[in-house]
Design a protein around this ligand. Structure first.
Ligand code: RP5
Length: 174
């Protein structure tokens, strides 16, 4: 399967998943990347089921111009670490709840990397996927004023939303 590109522009963030069953969670990441107009792709590969495909992807990503890799995987989730071991690009891991232990397996497999091979690990599930994309946006914003401005607006809107919710609560009480 070829990577699904969202735009003709060169890909900046690659969103990788261990299985198509991870898509409902990883969509939270692509929604944010779309909102921030960050060119991205979706790529399916498994550390265990397709090790050679994973190696080819990891070793080729930087050459294709990819700047950041977001990786979602569940179960004994070695995908983010295996990719991080074969590229110098920043790798952001999203543990996915895919088994009877509700993502704890994936969280520990993703976060407990040996020294030398960093994976920036987010929360389990949808919040983690969303934050992975926001974290990527924060990294890119260091050298991109447009993304920095969009982040400022996003953060201000979140604060306003909390104030609106407070107003709604106050209305209910009186
Ligand atoms: C992992 O195993 C995938 O990332 C997925 O979260 C989990 C289950 O995969 P499927 O059996 O649904 O394909 O490799």
């Amino acid at each position: 399967m070829k990577a699904k590109n969202t735009a003709q522009k060169s890909i900046v963030v690659s969103v990788v998943m261990g299985s198509d069953s991870d898509l409902p969670v990883m969509t939270e990441a692509t929604k944010i990347l779309e909102e921030f107009a960050i060119p991205h792709e979706l790529f399916l590969t498994s550390a265990h089921r397709t090790p050679e495909r994973t190696t080819k992807f990891a070793q080729g990503a930087a050459k294709r111009g990819v700047k950041i890799i977001i990786v979602g995987a569940g179960a004994a989730a070695h995908l983010a670490g295996v990719i991080a071991s074969q590229t110098q690009l920043p790798v952001i891991g999203v543990p996915i709840d895919a088994t009877a232990v509700h993502g704890l397996d994936a969280l520990l497999s993703t976060v407990q990397m040996p020294g030398g091979i960093p994976v920036a690990t987010m929360a389990i599930g949808k919040a983690g996927a969303k934050n992975a994309a926001l974290y990527a946006a924060r990294i890119l914003a260091l050298a991109n004023n447009k993304i920095a401005a969009r982040l400022t607006v996003y953060i201000q809107k979140m604060a306003k939303d909390v104030e609106k919710k407070q107003e709604n609560l106050s209305c209910r009480k009186s």
